[in-house]
Design a protein around this ligand. Structure first.
Ligand SMILES: *Cc1c(COP(=O)(O)O)cnc(C)c1O
Length: 402
């Protein structure tokens, strides 16, 4: 294709698409096959020899080693992140766990930031620990604690950006320098930021992961994950995926390709809705506190303003009246659906104490910082005026009830 690789949405629409596509179709086809065939044994030999020489190959052999629809989605995401290569997985967790398993060995040490996706924490505390890989947790933004946690065995620092649920934003360049000085790598879960708001590789990250289930897919209709980084890292991870088998199927890769084309448009709206709703909530008597990096009251507002193009569509807030107060508010809302996840066009709302962190006892929850009255509102792309009017009527009910 000619020089169209400029702005974000131009890359979102055209990046990774073969031109011409088969049959000169506008869209990339779903190549629904589990296996691929060869013309002759000489053809098989040529394929294998090319593979062994390490030359990049975009030719199918067997579905577990990739499919053309997947490769188009990977190339589109790589173009958006400004990366050499991307690798798709069947879910975000599959991408995270495959990378951690591949990059860490028994005796190695991992540091993660404390505000963390719950299943990632569980993986570190159970399977990694059983394999002799130790994990230290450091508070986001506490550089002294990070320096103290670094050991000669530290191989990796893993952080979300922004974190879940408090939307903390680490000083990426600063921690990248610290970690690199010790010969370790920086691995960033950028699900909440998306490449529209931040490209971590440009700020010192070595490897990026997204749950593509969220903003990248964007329509609450698929599960996928993606690792993004230099080919020197992604190539070996592709080999590991071939063994572990967490591949994405062609139909899912197509839905993701389709969703990605509107990522820029959707993120503009998510960013706008996030800021407007966060500002509205901050003035409400029934709301004790709002966490949104776009608000000057957020502890990382200055870093977030420097790093991020927009602050995203997730707003977390503490409702007065604890468990019951938050539940009353959620039940009174009419626009969002009650459920986990985020990043889709439909707004979703949840109370982490009842949803993602239910199985923890209140003391453990408090230690992680998840309070009973906390609400995580994942704003969709509905009109901000409607979202705010809905919150207004729901908050009025909560105040009457208390
Ligand atoms: C959802 C999510 C994951 C896990 O992704 P799945 O696609 O659900 O497996 C990991 N990290 C963050 C920050 C998430 O929001």
């Amino acid at each position: 294709m000619t020089q169209l690789q400029s702005g974000f949405s131009t890359r979102a629409v055209h990046g990774g698409e073969a031109r011409p596509n088969p049959y000169r179709a506008v869209t990339t086809p779903i190549v629904q096959t589990s296996t691929y065939t060869f013309e002759s044994t000489a053809d098989v030999r040529a394929f294998k020899e090319a593979q062994q020489s390490g030359a990049p190959q975009r030719r199918g052999e067997y579905g577990r080693y990739g499919n053309p629809t997947q490769w188009a989605a990977e190339d589109k995401i790589a173009a958006l992140e400004g990366a050499e290569e991307a690798l798709l997985f069947s879910s975000g967790m599959n991408a995270v766990t495959t990378a951690l398993l591949a990059l860490l060995s028994p005796g190695d040490h991992l540091i993660v930031t404390q505000d963390l996706y719950r299943k990632t924490r569980q993986f570190c505390n159970t399977l990694l620990q059983r394999m002799g890989i130790a994990t230290s947790y450091v508070p986001v933004g506490d550089i002294a604690a990070l320096e103290a946690a670094l050991r000669p065995q530290t191989r990796l620092l893993f952080t979300e950006l922004p974190t879940n649920p408090y939307l903390r934003v680490v000083d990426l360049e600063r921690i990248a320098d610290l970690v690199h000085a010790r010969g370790a790598r920086l691995f960033v879960d950028s699900t909440f930021a998306t490449p529209y708001n931040l490209r971590p590789l440009e700020h010192g990250a070595d490897l990026v992961v997204h749950s593509a289930t969220k903003y990248l897919g964007g329509h609450n209709d698929l599960l996928a994950g993606v690792l993004v980084g230099p080919s020197s890292l992604i190539g070996p991870l592709r080999e590991v995926q071939g063994m572990l088998g967490g591949v994405v199927d062609p139909g899912c890769a197509y839905l993701l390709l389709r969703g990605l084309k509107t990522l820029g448009l959707r993120m503009e709206r998510h960013n706008e809705n996030g800021l407007r709703v966060a500002r509205f909530l901050e003035g409400q008597p029934a709301v004790a506190h709002v966490w949104y990096p776009g608000l000057p009251s957020h502890p990382d507002h200055a870093i977030a303003t420097r790093l991020l193009r927009g602050f995203g569509g997730v707003v977390s807030f503490e409702v007065r009246g604890g468990m019951e107060g938050a539940a009353a508010l959620i039940d009174a809302l009419r626009v969002p659906l009650i459920g986990p996840s985020l990043g889709g066009v439909e707004s979703l709302v949840e109370q982490p104490a009842l949803m993602s962190h239910y199985e923890l006892d209140p003391v453990e929850r408090a230690a992680i910082g998840v309070t009973d009255g906390l609400v995580r509102y994942a704003l969709g792309i509905e009109d901000a005026d409607d979202l705010i009017a809905d919150l207004e009527q729901a908050l009025a009910k909560v105040l009457v009830g208390s």
